[in-house]
Design a protein around this ligand. Sequence first.
Ligand SMILES: Nc1nc2c(ncn2[C@@H]2O[C@H](COP(=O)(O)OP(=O)(O)OP(=O)(O)O)[C@@H](O)[C@H]2O)c(=O)[nH]1
Ligand SMILES: [Mg+2]
Length: 169
Amino acid sequence: MEREQRKSVVAEKKGRKIVVTGPYNAGKSTFVRALCRDSVSIDTEGTTVVMDYGQRRYQEMDVALFGTPGQSRFNYMIDAIAKGADGFILVVDSSFPDSWPYAIIILNEIAKAGKRPYAVAANKQDLDNAYPPEEVKRILSITRPVIGTIALTGENCEKVLETLMKEIA
Ligand SMILES: Nc1nc2c(ncn2[C@@H]2O[C@H](COP(=O)(O)OP(=O)(O)OP(=O)(O)O)[C@@H](O)[C@H]2O)c(=O)[nH]1
Ligand SMILES: [Mg+2]
């Protein structure tokens, strides 16, 4: 009995792992920085070569955010980073539809690895040529929430996290 109680306390304190992924240059690293005051990124000349890492509290929980590299030559990192994730944030550049087919490939990869919740950030909404989030959702046939964000200023990034955390619980 005592042991059971101890186990449940541990379970309550368990943190959550969220993976921020998406095509090259979508704004993943900026997104992790926007959500976590405490973050590091391993990059060269502005592109992520290993991963981003940030940690923070969300309500009573510790949350760790891992950003994947976007360039395909670092794809071998993605499976390792995604292992054990409780949920995903897919970041897409709303102003650059050429990158969207790759976003779908990433979603399919996530789905293959098991059913886990995700939310989509239709990023760079500040740019004149950005597609609105509803259009991104429709064109990519996404059934989950798609939220317009500006990672540069942090706009709506918290909302994306909140939406995902509600599903993870
Ligand atoms: N205008 C605008 N630019 C953004 C926004 N978010 C990110 N950027 C810019 O987009 C570029 C790429 O941002 P990163 O956060 O490095 O993107 P990434 O997805 O981590 O890139 P990789 O790691 O190379 O795949 C940078 O110049 C950012 O300043 C945004 O919301 N609006
Ligand atoms: Mg990056």
